[in-house]
Every structure is written in C-alpha cells, then in structure tokens.
Write a protein that binds this ligand. Structure first.
Ligand code: SAM
Length: 222
C-alpha cells in the first residue's frame, strides 16, 4: 500500500537528473503517461520527441520494475544513436491518484495520457476512477494552458464518464481527433490508439476504441 511508496515532498525535491542522465540540468518531464502499465506509449513517444522528457507512472511493483528494465535495455541497445537514445523516458512507481502534484509543478506538462484506465464498473467503485472532479482540478493545475489530456478506452460507459466530467470542467475544452491531427499531433494520436499493450489486446479481440481529448484553456469557461 501507499506507506511503502516513496514520493517527493514537492516537485522541487524531485531529482530528475537521476531519471534522465542525458538531459540538461533543471529539465522536467513534459509528457506524463498515467497508469502506464507495460509502458508501450512512453517507449513509442521517446524517439518521436527526443527533446522532451516523458514519464510513465505505474502503481504495480512488478509492472513498474518491468518498465524500468525495458528502459535500461533500450538505452543499452541504442547507445550512441542520437535519434532513439531513450535517455528521455523514465518511470516512477507511484499512486497517481494521490501524489501527482508532488511530482509535477504547476503548468509544467504539455500532455497527460490516460490510456485504457481501469474501468471500475460498479457504481460504488466510480470514485476509484482516475477521472473525477477533484482530480481534474489537479490535472488542470499541472498542465500548461494549451496542454492536452488524451483519454482512450474500450469501455463505452467509462468513455461517457470521462468525456462528461472533462466537458463539464471549466478549464478543459473538447478537441477533436481531426483538430489534433491538423495541429501536427497525428503521431501522438496514432500512438494513443495503437502503442499500448492494452490497446493491442483490444485490437486482437476486435473491440472498439473510444478516444476523447481535451485542451487545457487559460481562461475558465462560464
Ligand atoms: N495504459 C496501459 C495500457 O494502455 O496498456 C495500462 C492500462 S491498465 C488497464 C491500467 C493500469 O493503471 C494498470 O497497470 C494499473 O496498475 C495502473 N493504475 C491503476 N491505478 C493507478 C494509480 N492510482 N496510479 C498509478 N497507476 C495506476
């Protein structure tokens, strides 16, 4: 449980250089892959955005260790390759529903990813969902204006839930897939659909995928 989890007192206490040895001092993560599972999205984004730092967050011990090992292996295998060095991707084992503001300073992120989050089907379990009014305030806080929240799920009910909560939150505007592609974010959208282990499983089972993305706006909607 959480008392065995190590987390920084505040973002200033986080030593990002230990996570990203190649990065300039003071550089902070810009993309956060929340509940990253086996890390497929983070690994796919890393060579696409060699100048941005990407952080996966995962609560399960073995799974986060697996991602750590995967990153170490990719760094070794691609040593010296300036286009795919994987020095810009890392993982922390963390409970993202409790400690996100301990890791990320205000307006420090340009993208937050919630890919195939646990659905928590039963109504009495809905408070365990990773998208909720309280948590949306935290997500808005750590995202910079213009930053994007990407969500995708194969569970229609969860999709409706995430979409409704985000749409009703005054600091987020819905942004269509077409719009994101027109802005040059097509590679990210493609990765959101296909790069994760859960997304691949949905494909194998011929399931549907529901995407919903939102932009952090500067001035609250009334
Ligand atoms: N995003 C990955 C994918 O698409 O393959 C994994 C999806 S999996 C269904 C959901 C993941 O979220 C699990 O690995 C789970 O351990 C993780 N998770 C659930 N609650 C979490 C929390 N509070 N903080 C961090 N990770 C969490």
């Amino acid at each position: 449980s959480d008392h065995t989890l190590d987390y920084p007192k505040s973002p200033q206490h986080m030593d990002w250089n230990a996570h990203y040895p190649g990065a300039a001092p003071g550089k902070r993560p810009e993309f956060a892959d929340i509940g990253c599972g086996f890390g497929g999205l983070s690994m796919t984004l890393a060579p696409l955005f060699p100048d941005s730092l990407i952080l996966g967050m995962e609560i399960r011990v073995q799974v986060s260790q697996y991602v750590q090992d995967r990153i170490t292996a990719l760094r070794t295998a691609n040593h010296g390759d300036p286009t795919a060095h994987y020095q810009n991707v890392s993982i922390v084992r963390a409970n993202a529903m409790k400690f996100l503001p301990n890791y990320f300073a205000k307006a420090s992120l340009s993208a937050l990813f919630f890919l195939f989050p646990d659905p928590h089907f039963k109504a009495r379990k809905h408070k365990a969902r990773i998208i909720s009014p309280t948590l949306l305030a935290e997500y808005a806080f750590i995202l910079r204006p213009g930053g994007i929240v990407y969500t995708i799920t194969d569970v229609k009910d969860l999709h409706d839930w995430m979409r409704t909560h985000l749409e009703n939150f005054p600091l987020f505007d819905f942004v269509s897939e077409e719009q994101l592609r027109a802005e040059g974010k097509g590679d990210i959208v493609d990765a959101v659909y296909t790069s994760t282990e859960e997304g691949k499983k949905v494909e194998r089972n011929k399931g549907e995928k529901w995407l919903a993305c939102f932009r952090r706006i500067e001035v609250p909607r009334i």
